[in-house]
Design a protein around this ligand. Structure first.
Ligand code: NAP
Length: 327
């Protein structure tokens, strides 16, 4: 039986990945942060087959020891601080969890491979934020790595280490993920903040969504599609870097418009959006759009859900949650 080890299994992508791998018949092990009983409980209910190990990503010995003990065939390193905004508040923790921990995973995987004499396939969840203020759009695998946030810098280190260990003979794919969303996105992200507020405004007929820069453009995809790309990258004959993106951009204003129209507000959607300059980021990356031609060509990957449908599914989910009431 093929064994997979997933860090960040309680996160948005980790949950979809665990479901996918269990459906395929793999034995799935995941790292769960100590003290996060709520997320672990939710995950156990959704994917009872997953074997959960409690520990902190910052605990180097524990993380390396788990990989040595589980002896996985596939490792997906998804854990870490995943919010640019939060990384400005916790830059050192971000470096440890989104940067150094990746090196710990890679070193442990390499040692395991040396010990067992069979390939250990790894995927590093890289980010478009490694490109910072890219001079050209769309960004591809050759775009210079020049991060402009603590999150981007930590991810850039992990990304470079993936390349270092690839050179050492480890099968490490680095998937450079552009923004991807789903109803499982935490409420702290602007997309989910918009969809949950829109659902409430739709039901109550009043209220506003308070946002920062409405003109920021992002390339937003559907999370399960991005998980699919990571699995394809893990299993591909050659380990490499892959941009995972839709190639289409939309502004935060468009996101809000689609969400508010979905709840029936029509052209009145504008009356329900207000701008708060306090919500502007210290350094905002203006346009991020990825060219995923290589993933399409070499992995046979395609995004399957488009922008308006992603927003619609998120709003519908949030509306259902509100209608169900407190659980
Ligand atoms: P997410 O929902 O924020 O999940 C992050 C995971 O890391 C959670 O399971 C979290 O556990 C875990 N984690 C955080 N600190 C930990 C610690 N100290 N010890 C153990 N586990 C810890 O992120 P995601 O959206 O699924 O993204 C998956 C990966 O892709 C991340 O590495 C992210 O940086 C990268 N990425 C995501 C996007 C995107 O748009 N989603 C774009 C580019 C790259 P808790 O739930 O307990 O906090």
């Amino acid at each position: 039986m093929t064994l997979a080890f997933v860090t960040g299994i309680t996160g948005q992508d980790g949950g979809y990945l665990a479901e996918r791998l269990l459906d395929e018949g793999l034995e799935v092990h995941g790292l769960v942060r100590a003290g996060d009983e709520a997320a672990a409980g939710e995950l156990r209910a959704r994917v009872p087959g997953a074997i959960l190990h409690v520990g902190d990503l910052g605990d180097t010995d524990l993380l390396a020891g788990l990989i040595a003990e589980v002896q996985p065939d596939e490792i997906y390193n998804l854990a870490g601080i995943s919010s640019v905004a939060y990384s400005w508040h916790e830059p050192i923790l971000t470096a440890q969890l989104s940067g150094v921990a990746a090196a710990v995973v890679l070193e442990a995987a390499w040692r395991l491979q040396e010990q067992v004499g069979r390939p250990v396939r790894c995927v590093q969840a890289s980010s478009s934020e490694i490109f910072g203020h890219a001079a050209h759009a769309p960004q591809d695998e050759a775009t210079p790595v020049r991060p402009v946030s603590p999150y981007g810098a930590a991810k850039a280190y992990a990304h470079q280490m993936a390349n270092v260990y690839r050179g050492r003979g480890l099968h490490v794919a680095a998937c450079i993920l552009f923004n991807h969303e789903s109803p499982r996105r935490p409420l702290t992200f602007v997309t989910r903040k918009i969809t949950s507020a829109a659902a409430r405004i739709g039901l109550e007929g009043a209220g506003v969504i308070t946002l920062g820069d409405l003109d920021v453009r992002r390339d937003w995809g559907w999370a399960p599609d991005y998980v699919d790309a990571m699995v394809r990258a893990a299993r591909h004959s050659v380990a490499d870097d892959y941009i995972v993106a839709t190639g289409e951009t939309h502004t935060v204003a468009e996101f809000a418009e689609v969400a508010l129209r979905r709840v029936g507000l029509g052209d009145a959607w504008r009356d329900h959006v207000v701008i708060d300059p306090e919500l502007m980021r210290p350094v905002e990356t203006p346009t991020m759009v990825g060219d995923a031609s290589k993933a399409r060509r070499e992995l046979g990957w395609e995004p399957s859900v488009r922008f308006a449908e992603i927003v619609g599914r998120m709003v519908d989910h949030d509306r259902e949650l509100l209608q169900l009431g407190p659980q």
